[in-house]
Design a protein around this ligand. Structure first.
Ligand code: SAM
Length: 203
């Protein structure tokens, strides 16, 4: 399919999408907010949490949701891209996989973290298997980081795509955490291979 045909299809899809319209009405920067909201309502990931990291945060709808729901806590949002600041969140622009930024995250909290959420994804190449592998690597990197910085009762949530590395990531999650679930929110597009892994309580 030609590039301008793909973008026309994307624009038409956006216009028809109820979550896009709802996010505009409710003042959120992206329809992605409803995925985190569904995850939180079902798995209570933010319950009694005071320190949260949002990985791959731009344009910022997950961080908006976190800022609204975490009172008197610390929220840090990181993305490769700069985005409009959100009140009561600390923003870092950088590559999360770079040790320098991991150190900045650790220093900001100066102690264990309650929740790490990751919606990190690379720009899709059109090759679904490749996209799933690269996004899977980001998920594993985030999981490894959570092992280092998460509180024992902490929660880790990450986007992942159905594909060749899916089972391996879920198996790794089960080695590190006592509770592991995979969930596709209703607001995640049906034609997307996206799902989320929700992990609780480090082993
Ligand atoms: N959750 C966001 C929201 O609600 O607005 C949407 C996130 S968007 C689907 C994925 C983001 O992951 C992109 O903005 C991209 O720049 C970011 N990303 C990808 N790789 C990253 C990395 N290595 N470090 C930091 N951010 C990354």
């Amino acid at each position: 399919m030609k590039k301008n045909k793909i973008s026309k299809n994307w624009i038409n899809k956006q216009r028809r999408d109820i979550y896009v319209r709802r996010s505009k009405i409710e003042g959120y920067r992206s329809r992605a907010i409803y995925k985190l909201k569904e995850i939180d309502e079902k798995f209570k990931i933010l319950k009694q949490s005071r320190s949260v990291v949002d990985l791959g945060a731009a344009p910022g709808s997950w961080s908006q949701y976190l800022a609204k729901n975490i009172k008197n806590g610390k929220i840090l949002s990181i993305d490769l891209l700069q985005f409009e600041p959100i009140k009561n969140t600390h923003q870092i622009v950088g590559d999360f996989t770079d040790g320098k930024y991991k150190a900045q995250i650790k220093n900001y909290f100066n102690g264990k973290i309650d929740v790490i959420v990751s919606d990190m994804a690379v720009n899709t190449t059109g090759n679904k298997n490749l996209d799933s592998i690269v996004t899977g690597e980001l998920c594993l990197e985030a999981m490894k980081f959570s092992l280092d910085v998460l509180d024992q009762k902490g929660r880790f949530v990450s986007k992942l795509f159905m594909g060749s590395s899916f089972n391996e990531i879920v198996a790794d999650g089960k080695k590190l955490f006592k509770e592991v679930r995979v969930f596709k929110p209703l607001s995640s597009r049906k034609d997307s291979k996206e799902s989320f892994i929700i992990c609780k309580f480090l082993r």
